[in-house]
Design a protein around this ligand. Sequence first.
Ligand SMILES: NC(=O)c1ccc[n+]([C@@H]2O[C@H](COP(=O)([O-])OP(=O)(O)OC[C@H]3O[C@@H](n4cnc5c(N)ncnc54)[C@H](OP(=O)(O)O)[C@@H]3O)[C@@H](O)[C@H]2O)c1
Length: 310
Amino acid sequence: MPLSIQRKDLSGLTVIVTGANIGIGLETARMLSEMGAQVTIACRNANKAETAAEDIEKTTGKKPHVASLDLSNFDSTVAFVDEFKANHDRLDILVNNAGVVSSSKGEDGMSKNGFEIDFQVNHLSQFLLTNRLLPLITNAAQNKINNFTPRVVTVGSNAATIGKIDYSYVQNSANLPFLFTRYANSKLMNAMFIKKLSEIVKDNGVVAHVVHPGFVASDIHAKEDHKVPRFVIKIADFVMKATARSPVQGAMTSVHVAISDEAAETTGKYWDSCKVVAYPNKLITDDNAVDQLWADSLKYLQEKGIEIDH
Ligand SMILES: NC(=O)c1ccc[n+]([C@@H]2O[C@H](COP(=O)([O-])OP(=O)(O)OC[C@H]3O[C@@H](n4cnc5c(N)ncnc54)[C@H](OP(=O)(O)O)[C@@H]3O)[C@@H](O)[C@H]2O)c1
């Protein structure tokens, strides 16, 4: 059944959507722009981001800001936050949408910072980004516009169902597991991070949720850097077109959670098809495991000389 969302006037609200040059992120940014928010699209490729911003302007009349963010690089992540803070004193909605499924093996599967790519892009840099932006989100909660509750929305995945906490490969290129295992583990971390974050920010008037967008047709032809054989792409394309949600439908749950009163009245929930559903993995409600992931994430960043200073 097609999903729909209730529109809201978002005038005056400040929004970041990561990975918004394509797919679910692009449509999320478009809907939030169309409702009047001042959206920043944070993307790793400046040309693709500019094209996306122009496309959003064409359909909504409102051009989002474009900012450079490469989550596989801590310097880029820190620089993005510093620049955003220099130009904004509030953040009403952070949509952590950017995500990757890395098929690379050996050293190619590792970031410049020495971490397995899914672990860094999908979890560790997102942990850093969100924590560093928290003062702006808290400030928005103390100075609400139209009584809007500021929030963090992270796009997770039901792949978390089979995820595990396994650090044996995150700094060891010789030990990389199957690509879907890396992705599933990182998506489990998304949900565990948001669960803990929701508790930490509860008393600040900020909520945090994780969403599963459904099975969504990504534009796999647009990825010039994928290493998948052409016949596999053709089959995947056919299956996707026949069975998947469109990116617009895929963005609906993110947008619902980003703007609805329903999502403001609760926190730390897992959403699918615009509804709260059961957590996909029991580790998400395991307080010890969640605390341990938070501590380990801090430790990995500290080893690189990065503190979470809020
Ligand atoms: N599609 C699905 O069926 C599905 C299902 C469950 C969950 N999800 C999640 O939904 C989110 C959006 O997925 P999608 O289907 O819209 O995928 P997509 O079309 O591949 O878009 C992913 C976005 O993330 C960006 N990104 C990748 N690596 C990055 C990095 N190092 N730094 C900054 N941005 C980076 C991409 O930028 P480039 O364009 O430059 O690569 C792109 O903008 C992801 O978190 C994904 O895991 C998707």
